[in-house]
Design a protein around this ligand. Sequence first.
Ligand SMILES: Cc1cc2nc3c(=O)[nH]c(=O)nc-3n(C[C@H](O)[C@H](O)[C@H](O)COP(=O)(O)O)c2cc1C
Length: 190
Amino acid sequence: MENQEKVLALIGYTRKNGNTQALLEDYLQEFAQDKKVDLVDLNALDFKGCIYCNGCLQGPSCRLRDDFSPIYQKIEEANHLIFASPVYFNGLTWLLKKAIDRMQVYFANPMDWQGKKSAWLLLTAGAKAYPDQFTAGYLEGQITFRTLGYENFTCIGVDDTDSRPYKAGFLRKEAIQINGMNRRKGNQWE
Ligand SMILES: Cc1cc2nc3c(=O)[nH]c(=O)nc-3n(C[C@H](O)[C@H](O)[C@H](O)COP(=O)(O)O)c2cc1C
């Protein structure tokens, strides 16, 4: 359908069929009910991170030409943008970070973004919940999605995947919403 909203998901895992993929697929199933979903596996792309060439200060495009180049159009057209990553050393994977740094072109050239509806960061972490397990990822997601025109940002974290691997359909039971200073709502951390 022509006027369907577009969902773009960038997944930054380093292994297929793991927790992060399963979590993302849960969300994508919901989005796919009435939206057009496009999933990009960053691990399958051959691309560089930002090399600070300042080319994007000369014009609103990235000078690097690689597998990430076609992703810019998808980002610009998306109404909903999802990043998914395992937590590595309390942060995002190097793979998702590499993709995020390529967004510098939009930081250098603020766009008049229209139609940006919801942004999501989905994180899985192996250890049992501990303070700041998702903080670095949350803060990185926050600045990135703001740069990409999204006011509405939701960060979801699933902990303890080492002893409790994420299985499809666990969505509402296992996921917690990460907020503000990233303290778990409810009883434990605040
Ligand atoms: C390099 C590396 C660093 C990790 N760092 C953390 C960490 O800081 N905190 C944590 O809870 N889990 C950490 N983990 C565990 C992963 O976040 C967890 O197993 C995740 O669910 C893996 O996702 P996947 O199944 O999609 O690969 C780390 C794993 C690796 C390989």
